[in-house]
Design a protein around this ligand. Structure first.
Ligand SMILES: Cc1ncc(C[n+]2csc(CCOP(=O)(O)OP(=O)(O)O)c2C)c(N)n1
Ligand SMILES: [Mg+2]
Length: 657
């Protein structure tokens, strides 16, 4: 379609009408952003975006991310108008109602064409950086015939003001992700009012200083928008297009005011807007000629897809590319089994972070789609293997990303990589800094993204770095996130099993909490026991009076405590519990067999005790409910009472012995 404003204007007004009417009907939502960005979005979708509504998951489509997720009606309007199966007009009428696919903010699990879930400001853009990373990597591996698409983002002032924006922009600039184009809704308005209330930043200068191409346009001038977008496409750097817009454009009395940000226009202003736009159609009705113009856009994308499909079928890499994009792990050639057999034959005394590295050495060879990385702690997290060379602007075929000291940016990017598909991301930092990226970990789970977090230095066992670096509440607080698997393996075998299980979760993320300090082997057979989340590691020799339940580095301490109890004729089981979530998914009979009623149960974990009551009832919870301290690890374990010498007397006292 040409840049004929007599046709583009009514197309953009269709977005405005749908957005204001849906928000009005729901009596809830954000009309200002969709109305303000309607013109920019119309140019993007009609002239630039590569998409095919008939094949929403087509791998070489451009990715479009609405980072300003509160403007969800912009996206729902676009998907409907361009001819995606959903949302239907009935869906749009149902905006923000229970079970509507048109949720308050766009959710990737609800609608094709919603590439990622947005709403937490800043994160959509940071997620898009990961999509652009995945695209460049797959391009390097499979070539431009199969992978050559762009990542487009619409972001607001809020997205650019958030701290994670600095991380994402720094990363994208360094990696020269030229396919990434951010369209900034530069409307000078946020919820509280004018942006000058809270920022004096020269955003363009910051982006330019980070290696970005920056251009501007009048966001209500179709020709100027198209000029700026063409410039963005042509420039080899990632691009920021500052689109100067008026929030709520079209609403005669409320446009330009923060009043239109997040409230319905009201019946009077809706009527006034209709009059001002010359929009005579009833609510939720799109005049036929305008709909024809919108629907005609699909043809170009369909042709591009057909050409791409022909190239795919002619490609010798078709099967491998298709496998990777489907998220299916490669055929198991026995590498994992051989690795485990080696551990059983020769049980190593290593830190579980080291055991993770050993497992990854085998896994990164067997699974070429694994792309690792670390937030500047590569040598501590032990995420880089021989098979994974650095991913850089000079070599996008690399498989280890130096994310820099950008935990949140890393986690959000990994979400984008997983959602893009074709790669399985894992990345490391210290467990204590999981808080820095916590919302992105939550978003991994909400978006059903297979991301593996390698979180090392998982307790006071890290020693001298002290309480700033010692996780206390972290493992438990990660367990509180729904649909996230939290593994805390006790030795090299459990670590290998945790990795295998994490990678099998096609639609959920995992955390591996790993020790800095060496741990002795506690398991000596290769049967996959971590899969049940918890299992009896040691059976009581004398009549059972106690069950000790521990995770990770404290399993060793539970075993020592049990040995001391047995020496006094007190039968004690030890249960290793590397993953709560998998244990909770077992049937009641198994859970009751592992944690039987009527026996004193004692949890041992070097973190907060809050939560362990779920398994030990009114038994004993041995843990740490204060901040740690700076000292050598063995002294800290003694100081905080995590030794058999200090635990056994408490158990005896409880048993009345
Ligand atoms: C991380 C985060 N903090 C706060 C919010 C609440 N919030 C939603 S929109 C918004 C203002 C955003 O301003 P802008 O991006 O300029 O959007 P506009 O008002 O221009 O539509 C805020 C604070 C949020 N969604 N996410
Ligand atoms: Mg704004």
């Amino acid at each position: 379609m040409s840049l004929d404003s007599s046709r583009l204007t009514p197309m953009a007004n269709a977005i405005r009408a749908l957005s204001m009417d849906a928000v009005q009907a729901a009596n809830s939502g954000h009309p200002g952003m969709p109305m303000g960005m309607a013109d920019v979005a119309t140019v993007l979708f009609s002239q630039f975006l590569k998409f095919d509504p008939a094949a929403p998951k087509w791998p070489d489509r451009d990715r479009f991310v609405l980072s300003a997720g509160h403007g969800s009606m912009l996206l729902y309007s676009l998907l409907h108008l361009t001819g995606y199966d959903r949302p239907t007009m009935a869906d749009i009428r149902n905006f923000r109602q229970l079970h509507s696919v048109c949720a308050g903010h766009p959710e990737n699990t609800e609608l094709d064409g919603v590439e990622c879930t947005t709403g937490p400001l800043g994160q959509g853009l940071a997620t898009a950086v990961g999509m652009a990373i995945a695209e460049r990597h797959l391009n390097a591996v499979f070539g431009s015939d199969l992978v050559d698409h762009k990542t487009w983002v619409i972001a607001g002032d809020g997205c650019l003001m958030e701290g994670v924006n600095h991380e994402a922009v720094g990363l994208a600039g360094t990696l020269k992700l030229g396919g990434l184009n951010v369209l900034w809704d530069d409307n000078h308005i946020t919820i509280d009012g004018d942006t000058s209330l809270s920022t004096c930043e020269d955003v363009a200068a910051r982006y330019a200083a980070s290696g970005w191409h920056v251009t501007r346009c009048d966001g209500h001038d179709f020709a100027d928008i198209a000029r700026a977008l063409a410039e963005a496409v042509a420039d080899p750097r990632p691009s920021l297009v500052a689109c100067r817009t008026v929030i709520g454009q079209g609403a005669p009395n409320k446009a330009g005011s923060h009043a239109v940000h997040g409230s319905p226009l009201g019946a009077d202003e809706v009527a006034a807007t209709r009059a001002a736009l010359g929009w005579t159609a009833a609510p939720f009705e799109i005049p036929a000629d305008i709909l024809v113009d919108w629907r005609s856009l699909a043809g170009k994308g369909a042709a591009a897809r057909a050409a791409w499909e022909a190239r795919l079928s002619a490609s010798p890499q078709a099967a491998e590319f298709t496998r990777r994009m489907a998220g299916e792990l490669p055929e198991d050639k026995g590498a994992a089994r051989d690795y485990l057999a080696g551990l059983v034959a020769n049980p190593p005394k290593v830190a579980t972070r080291k055991a993770s590295e050993m497992a990854l050495e085998a896994l990164t060879v067997a699974i070429p789609e694994l792309v690792g990385g670390s937030a500047d702690l590569t040598g501590s997290n032990l995420t880089k293997t021989k098979a994974t060379l650095p991913f850089s602007a000079d070599d996008y075929s690399g498989r280890h990303v130096h994310y820099g000291i950008r935990e949140f940016g890393m986690a959000a990017a990994m979400n984008g990589m997983a959602l893009h598909g074709g790669v399985i991301p894992y990345g490391g930092t210290f467990l204590v800094f999981a808080d820095y990226c916590r919302n992105a970990i939550r978003m991994s789970a909400l978006q059903k993204a297979r991301v593996v977090y390698v979180l090392t230095h998982d307790s006071i066992g890290l020693g001298e770095d002290g309480p700033t670096h010692q996780p206390i509440e972290h493992v438990m607080s990660l367990r509180a996130i729904p649909d996230l698997l939290v593994f805390r393996p006790a030795d090299a075998i459990e670590t290998a099993e945790s990795w295998a299980l994490a990678l099998k979760q096609a639609d959920r993320p995992s955390v591996l909490a790993l020790s800095r300090q060496n741990l002795p082997p506690v398991r000596f057979e290769a049967e996959m026991k971590t899969a049940r989340g918890a299992y009896r590691l040691k059976t009581a020799a004398a009549a059972r009076q106690v069950v000790l339940v521990a995770s990770g580095s404290e399993v060793e301490i539970a075993l020592a405590s049990a040995a001391a109890l047995e020496a006094d004729g007190i039968g004690a089981d030890v249960v290793s519990m590397p993953c709560w979530e998998l244990f909770d998914a077992q049937d009641a009979a198994y859970r009751a067999e592992v944690l039987p009623a009527g026996v004193l149960k004692v949890s041992v974990e070097a973190g907060v005790t809050l939560g362990w009551q779920k398994y030990v009832g009114d038994g004993l919870t041995i843990g740490i409910d204060s901040f740690g301290a700076s000292a050598p690890a063995d002294q800290l374990y003694d100081y905080f009472g995590l030794t058999a010498d200090k635990i056994v007397p408490q158990i005896k006292a409880r048993l009345g012995l």
